[in-house]
Design a protein around this ligand. Sequence first.
Ligand code: GDP
Ligand code: MN
Length: 386
Amino acid sequence: MKVHEYQAKALFAQFGIPVPKGRVAATPAAARAIAQELGGRAVVKAQVYAGGRGKAGGVKLVASPQEAEQVAERLLGKPLVTHQTGPQGVIVRQVLVEEASAIQKELYLGIAIDRASQRPVMMASEAGGMDIEEVAAKTPEKILRQPLDPVAGFQPYVWRRLAYGMNVPANLARPAGAIMESLYKLFLAKDCSLAEINPLVITADGRVLALDAKLNFDDNALYRQADIAELRDDSEEDPLEVEATKAGITYIKLDGTVGCMVNGAGLAMATMDMVLLSGARPANFLDVGGGASHQQVQQAFKIILKDPSVDRVLINVFGGILRCDIVATGIIEAAKELGGLRVPLVVRMQGTNRDEGKALLAASGLKITLADDLKTAAQAVVAAKK
Ligand code: GDP
Ligand code: MN
């Protein structure tokens, strides 16, 4: 799960990481009022779940409240296209209006989970700012990496190595180190999967400040992070993914055309591989889960068919606790509700109550291709062009 910059900055402040003064606005008039409070000079920043705003015109320095209002007017309600949004962009619904900082140097600081070392790793670079992706691609040696030992905790050598490695002036190494330690505390306390400050700036008047803030959270930990879960902004997420989450279904939209419904994450991955190997691309990952009801199956099937890019569907079920006849009932109910099937459907069923499931589908009058093994099923769905 992602949050907006202003929400991440509120968490930063809670953990003692210095951030610029500012507030979020949903109208140009509110942006003007905040700029007025801040003394006129300010930065107006589009709040969207995507980076690269600076280069896309989504971050503007303004010299007066009037100008803040004009910039907010230009941004609010319109799509912002950055290199992370895709060509259609995302609609800006709020802007953050902050006091402007005089920047002397832009650094990068981040924490992510490193799968290889199986622990969080802190990354720091002297070459922070808007070109960090290019730095990572072309001169990765300019990014220092420090694995963090979960048992030893945040040891002073970590901040010393990183602060001095980034050439932070000696008198600012300690405050920079304090920010590192606080970011790590936040990362652990809030079950983050990513925490990033880019840029972390050294100001002209000798302070270290988080000018940008990006936090991602582990979805599987949200059950114990009620305050974070509350920050979820459904308008920024894929609407089908939101609907699936509410129904307790794991659904991830992909760029292909073969809708896939499977029980079990591993089987779903294998099914997507088989579709790809057979010559087509999956439109989604979908795991209805092991103990789904026929209503959940029905809902999952409807979600798949709501995706306009889906031109055929493959259902692959290995009946266990979720019996094949329950799946068949869910499919038939969904088709009834939708007034028939708008695309070819291939179903492969094995396991508990397979014969009952197949008999229900065969008797339903729906045009369904049945297959017994996954390879045949994948080939059939690839061959089943509209
Ligand atoms: P991003 O492009 O989406 O990552 O947005 P950022 O919040 O990182 O802002 C992009 C860039 O705008 C930063 O790298 C800074 O160079 C610039 N910027 C942001 N806030 C200020 C500010 O208060 N003063 C100045 N001078 N520049 C700023
Ligand atoms: Mn940034």
